[in-house]
Design a protein around this ligand. Structure first.
Ligand SMILES: [Zn+2]
Length: 307
């Protein structure tokens, strides 16, 4: 009897419970995206395609559904070339969607230094690793919310990818079901609020952070954006969805006053705090596990500018 119930519990737990993401996995994914072989993931390069294909492979391993057609790769045109966003969906118990996004492109290579590659470990291999980590986390679970995972291309050239995919006619019915969009942008370092914390751009425009923090586990906390003068809410990919009146914010840990690696050659693996990032991914996953369409309905107030 003991053995049978133990086996049943074991089976149940492997099929229906989320899986913690290991630090090794976080290191593997982030290191791959930020490796020299990716040559800075600049849009329009073969290495940018390689990064998209690598992300699509992770979505496939997590058994996500395609957002459109028969591929995770969603093409658009950039300067006469076909380039790709990457999009996958996890079906939950409800059609209501939480979207997790991050841009995967970076600024390529530099011509006149010893270190020729802008690895973009923080900007934004860290954000993409968070999106993949959340897909990993829910691999064997059917959450209450459905989930949409998107890696945007061309952010560095003016948010090209998020604009393209947000305007796709065939995805509008899905977008109408998005309850909230979490865009991860530079989450590799410990925030000025300490570990296990992020800040949210545009917190003055919605009650998302209050609702999230009310359910957050293990001390994870979202703080208001402390760099208000920099207008960050309107400067990242979330804004393509703000224009559709979807509650969409960016989440970051980077200290905009003291960081010296933004768009520099030293944005490489050495500046990544993998313990903190792993903790944030797992605590995010455990918090999203507790959110339902009934208990999580963030809304904008009338201060937000939709244009
Ligand atoms: Zn950047």
């Amino acid at each position: 009897m003991y053995r049978i119930s133990f086996l049943l519990i074991l089976m149940y737990s492997t099929l229906n419970y989320a899986q913690e993401v290991s630090k090794e996995r976080v290191i593997t994914v982030l290191s791959k995206l930020a490796s020299d072989e990716m040559k800075g993931r600049e849009i329009g390069t073969p290495e940018n395609d390689s990064a998209a294909i690598y992300i699509a492979k992770q979505f496939a391993d997590n058994k996500l559904r395609y957002c459109i057609g028969d591929s995770y790769l969603v093409p658009f045109e950039y300067k006469g070339k076909t380039v790709y966003n990457v999009c996958g969906i996890k079906k939950g118990k409800s059609d209501k969607i939480l979207a997790f996004t991050a841009h995967f492109d970076h600024i390529g290579t530099s011509e006149n230094t010893e270190d020729k590659v802008f690895n973009g470990a923080d900007d934004n291999a860290s954000g993409v690793t968070t999106v993949i980590g959340l897909a990993d986390f829910f691999k064997t679970e059917k959450p209450d919310f459905s989930m949409m995972f998107i890696a945007f291309n061309g952010e560095e050239k003016g948010m090209k990818g998020s604009k393209a995919i947000s305007d796709l006619e065939s995805l509008q019915s899905k977008y109408q079901n998005i309850t909230a969009l979490f865009n991860f942008e530079m989450v590799a370092t410990v925030s000025k609020f300490g570990p296990n914390a992020l800040y949210m751009t545009g917190d003055e425009f919605s009650d998302l952070d209050e609702l999230f923090n009310g359910r957050a586990v293990n001390g994870l906390q979202i703080f208001p954006d402390p760099y208000l003068g920099q207008n960050l809410f309107y400067r990242s990919d979330n804004v393509s969805f703000v224009k559709k009146k979807i509650v969409a914010h960016s989440f970051s840990t980077v200290d905009m006053n003291t960081a010296r690696h933004y768009h520099q050659l030293n944005d490489n693996l050495e500046i990544v705090n993998f313990d903190n990032l792993t903790q944030i991914i797992n605590n995010m996953g455990k918090t999203f596990e507790k959110l339902t369409p009934e208990n999580f309905k963030p809304t904008y107030n009338n201060k937000v500018d939709f244009n």
